[in-house]
Design a protein around this ligand. Structure first.
Ligand SMILES: CC(C)(COP(=O)(O)OP(=O)(O)OC[C@H]1O[C@@H](n2cnc3c(N)ncnc32)[C@H](O)[C@@H]1OP(=O)(O)O)[C@@H](O)C(=O)NCCC(=O)NCCS
Length: 157
């Protein structure tokens, strides 16, 4: 039987404190640092889902919605939203967590991660078990994004 895992099995959250060395010249969290943190979590999620080596193939819809500043607490969550044959989509949300526990979304992106075998060739990923209505909706959106990605790849833009 084909391997399959629940979304919750690879759900990952990381927390970072914005420090002076993370800031750009405008005094905000440098976008490149945030992208590094996001790429790391996408890799962790994909590894947990596949239990294999993974690489980042592409990043879609990366949007900087708000800035983050020194001493802000940035919470990044990643979860698998869609799986293909050898690739999977990981949604990465970055939020600033306030003292009262509320969170403000500052960035969202969708990473396509590809699983690799011992020869560094793409290898099948486990199926995804959807348990909630939200997970089913995410799956449907993921399927649409996959069609768009394929179209962009074929047309070279
Ligand atoms: C990602 C990579 C393996 C794809 O190679 P490829 O020859 O296109 O391989 P395939 O055609 O077999 O595609 C493998 C999977 O990746 C997906 N894919 C390939 N290019 C993609 C792209 N630009 N965007 C999204 N998905 C992509 C394919 O749809 C396929 O998924 P599926 O099996 O679920 O249908 C290759 O381009 C690569 O090694 N890139 C460099 C990755 C890297 O170094 N990342 C940075 C460090 S982690």
């Amino acid at each position: 039987m084909a391997e399959s895992r629940k979304v919750s099995e690879s759900l990952t959250e990381t927390v970072h404190m914005v420090r002076p060395n993370h800031l750009n010249a405008a005094g905000r969290l440098f976008g490149g640092i945030l992208m590094q943190w996001m790429d790391e979590i996408a890799g962790l999620v994909a590894k947990r889902h596949t239990r294999k080596n993974v690489i980042t193939a592409s990043v879609d819809n990366l949007r900087f919605l708000r800035g983050a500043y020194q001493r802000d607490v940035v919470v990044i969550t990643g979860k698998v939203t869609y799986v293909g044959n050898t690739s999977m989509e990981v949604k990465v949300d970055s939020c600033v967590e306030h003292l009262n526990g509320e969170r403000t979304l500052i960035n969202r992106a969708y990473f396509t991660m590809v699983a690799l075998d011992e020869n560094d060739h793409p290898t099948p990923v486990p199926k995804l078990i959807l348990e909630t209505e939200e997970e089913e909706q995410e799956w449907e959106s993921g399927a649409k994004r996959r069609v768009m990605r394929k179209m962009r790849k074929e047309e070279g833009f």
